[in-house]
Design a protein around this ligand. Structure first.
Ligand code: CDV
Length: 355
C-alpha cells in the first residue's frame, strides 16, 4: 500500500524591521490556504518566519527586538501566533514553523533565547515536536568592516540543546501500522509500515553531514528545514576569489541545492526546505530556492520566484526503502569503529609536516 504524502514549502518574501506581525500572519495564512487548495497535508515555513532576519544586526541596533521573540509554550494561545495555528487546524494542515524563541524554562526546558522550530499536528491539535538550531553560524562580534554583512546568531541565541530527535507524525498516512500491528482502519496488512518518521533542522544545520546522519540513523523519511540564506556575504562565506553579486547568489543557491539533494540521497530520505527570499530592509538579499528533494537526490519541485510562493509535491515515503535497504543499509555497511574522530574531535588536526 503506498504511503503517499502531499507536502508544501511555503516560501516567504522579505520581511523588514518595521513589518507588522499582523501583516506577516495574513501572508502566512494566505499561503496555508493556497497549500490546502493543492491538497497539501504539511506546510513548511522558513526560519524566523515572522520577522526580518534580525541576527544580521548588533543587539543595540534593533530597539524593541523583544517583540521579535515568542514563548514556545504559548504558541497556540498567544494572539501573536494563534491565528496561524487556528487556520492550520481549520484547514487540517500540519505545520513546521521557525521562530525566535524566548523560553522561560517552564515545563522543564532550558530558559533563554533560541532559534527554534516546532511541528504542529492538525490531527492532534497540538505541537508534537520542537527543535532548537544547533549549528549557529557567523561570529559573536560584528566584523570590523562597517559594510560587511554580519551573522551574529552566536550573540542572539544559545546553541540548541534538544539534539536531533526524529519523531513519528500521526494522522497523515491512514495505512500506517500501529504498535498493535494494525492500521488505523483496523486492518492487519503484512507490508504496512508505521507513521511517517520526520526530523527537523534549521538553516545552517543542513550544511552539516552530522545533522543528517543523526536523523538517518533513526530511519528518517522526511527532513524539514527552514532557512534564511544570504545571497551576498563575502566576509561570512569565505569565497576563493572576488565575485559579483550575481555570481555569489548563483553559488549560494547551488550550495543549497547541493546539500539538500546530496544529503537526501546519502540518507535515503525526502526533504522539504522553505526559505525567506528577496531583499530585506532594502539592503540584505536572501536566496529563494525553496525545494522538495527525493531519496535518489533529485529536486522534485523548486520555487520559481523570490516572493511568497507555495512549492508542492506528492511523495511516496516507500521510495525511501530501496536506498535504506541496499546502498545505504546502515546496519550492513557502516564501520563505526573507524569513525571515532567524528565524535571525539571538533576542529581539524592535520597530519604532521613531512621532514
Ligand atoms: N541563517 C543561517 O543559518 N544562514 C547561514 C548562512 C550563514 C549563510 C546558512 O547556512 O545559510
Amino acid at each position: 500500500m503506498p504511503r503517499t504524502l502531499k507536502v508544501a514549502a511555503a516560501q516567504l518574501g522579505a520581511n523588514h524591521l518595521n513589518t507588522k506581525r499582523a501583516d506577516v500572519l495574513a501572508r502566512m495564512t494566505a499561503l496555508l490556504r493556497s497549500a490546502a487548495e493543492l491538497g497539501a497535508q504539511l506546510v513548511v515555513f522558513p526560519e524566523t518566519a515572522f520577522t526580518t532576519f534580525f541576527p544580521r544586526y548588533r543587539l543595540d541596533a534593533v530597539p524593541g527586538s523583544d517583540a521579535y521573540f515568542d514563548d514556545g509554550d504559548t504558541l497556540l494561545t498567544s494572539p501573536n501566533t494563534r491565528p496561524l495555528f487556528d487556520e492550520a487546524k481549520t484547514l487540517g494542515l500540519d505545520v513546521y514553523l521557525g521562530f525566535a524563541e524566548r523560553s522561560t524554562g517552564a515545563g522543564g526546558s532550558s530558559s533563554g533565547d533560541y532559534n527554534t522550530c516546532v511541528y504542529y499536528s492538525a490531527s492532534r491539535g497540538e505541537i508534537i515536536a520542537k527543535f532548537r538550531k544547533i549549528h549557529l553560524p557567523g561570529t559573536l562580534q560584528p566584523f570590523e568592516d562597517p559594510d560587511a554583512i554580519n551573522q551574529l546568531e552566536k550573540l542572539w541565541f544559545k546553541p540548541g540543546d534538544l539534539g536531533f530527535e526524529a519523531f513519528r507524525v500521526p494522522g497523515l498516512v491512514s495505512s500506517a501500522k500501529k504498535e498493535n500491528g494494525k492500521t488505523e482502519a483496523g486492518e492487519d496488512p503484512l507490508d504496512a509500515r508505521g507513521d511517517p518518521i520526520m526530523g527537523m533542522m534549521i538553516c545552517n544545520d543542513r550544511r552539516w553531514a552530522e545533522s543528517w546522519r543523526c536523523y538517518g540513523l533513526q530511519g528518517v523519511e522526511v527532513v524539514l528545514c527552514g532557512y534564511n540564506t544570504t545571497a551576498w556575504a563575502p566576509d561570512l562565506c569565505g569565497i576563493r576569489k572576488p565575485q559579483t553579486y550575481e555570481e555569489s547568489e548563483i553559488e549560494s543557491l547551488f550550495q543549497h541545492r547541493l546539500v539538500m539533494t546530496g544529503n537526501s540521497y546519502m540518507n535515503s530520505c525526502f526533504s522539504v526546505s522553505a526559505g525567506k527570499a528577496g531583499v530585506e530592509d532594502e539592503k540584505f538579499s536572501l536566496i529563494a530556492g525553496s525545494m522538495i528533494t527525493s531519496p535518489d537526490g533529485y529536486v522534485l519541485a523548486e520555487a520559481k520566484t523570490k516572493g511568497d510562493e507555495i512549492v508542492f509535491a506528492e511523495i511516496d515515503l516507500d521510495d525511501c526503502l530501496p536506498g535504506k535497504e541496499m546502498m545505504f543499509n546502515f546496519a550492513r555497511h557502516r564501520m563505526i569503529h573507524q569513525y571515532g574522530r567524528i565524535t571525539s574531535q571538533t576542529g581539524v588536526v592535520e597530519p604532521p609536516l613531512l621532514s
